[in-house]
Design a protein around this ligand. Structure first.
Ligand SMILES: O=C(CO)COP(=O)(O)O
Length: 248
């Protein structure tokens, strides 16, 4: 995976005018950016951001998708609806959804399946809690989470993106060291290689307090193919610095 991929996860942030200001700020600084880039926005803003990104190298993403195709599932948003708005990437299994919405490995795998069936690249998030890391369970946890997705989507597993997001690093300002990230990424890479002959197509992103100051060192690791960025994706200058670091 040579061209790095940087994805902004806006989470529950934004508004019509704030989105416009952020994207205006990004557009002005994109000249030197050669990596792949996406922003995953709250569902109500898909139409707005689709229009604002027209002609931009940044592509549109969503933060969640239903495991169902259609029907009596109040509040859900389907992959075909996302597709209607030009969505190219969809985060599935973010730790905040696993934690606050009780999403299981199996549900995450079905969400990835829906995305793939509609031509949307699922960004499958995996990651351990601090307690799991301290108990030496990191490798087992991330492998179990990814195994469920491979089990359900084996035939097209080379079409996914994986994001390693240690829960203790998400939104905490504590980042995994480049060595810690590389160690887990190598484990995930080996697992993907065992599942597909096209493992080189699968980008493995790091997420968890990646910012303008630490992005270069993380992205320099051989198995870190990009980043999934929360807080620093909400400030145009910071996100642009990360995009430039990924373009070197
Ligand atoms: O959860 C994340 C991206 O999905 C990371 O969030 P922060 O960059 O704010 O730690």
């Amino acid at each position: 995976m040579s061209t790095k991929l940087i994805v902004g996860n806006w989470k529950l942030n934004g508004g019509l005018s704030a989105n416009q200001a952020l994207l205006d700020g990004l557009r002005d600084g994109l000249g030197a950016v050669r990596c792949r880039a996406a922003v995953c926005v709250p569902h109500p803003y898909l139409a707005q951001v689709q229009l604002l990104l027209a002609g931009s190298p940044i592509v549109l993403g969503a933060q969640d998708v239903s495991a169902h195709t259609a029907g009596a599932y109040t509040g859900e948003v389907s992959a075909s609806m996302l597709r209607d708005f030009g969505v190219r990437y969809c985060i599935v299994g973010h730790s905040e959804r696993r934690q606050y919405h009780g999403e299981s490995d199996e549900l995450v795998a079905l969400k990835a399946k829906q995305a793939l069936a509609h031509g949307i690249t699922p960004i499958v998030c995996v990651g351990e809690s601090l307690a799991q890391r301290e108990a030496g369970q990191t490798e087992a946890v991330v492998k179990r989470q990814l195994a469920a997705v491979i089990h359900e989507n084996g035939h097209c597993i080379s079409e996914i993106v994986v994001a390693y997001e240690p829960i203790w690093a998400v939104g905490t300002g504590i980042t995994a060291s480049p060595e810690q990230a590389q160690q887990v990424h190598a484990v995930l890479r080996a697992q993907i290689k065992a599942a597909t002959a096209h493992a080189e197509r699968v980008a493995i992103l790091y997420g968890g307090s990646m910012n303008a100051a630490n992005a270069s060192d993380l992205l320099a690791q051989p198995d870190v193919d990009g980043g999934l960025i929360g807080g620093a994706a909400l400030k145009a200058a910071d996100f642009l610095t990360i995009l430039r670091a990924a373009s070197r």
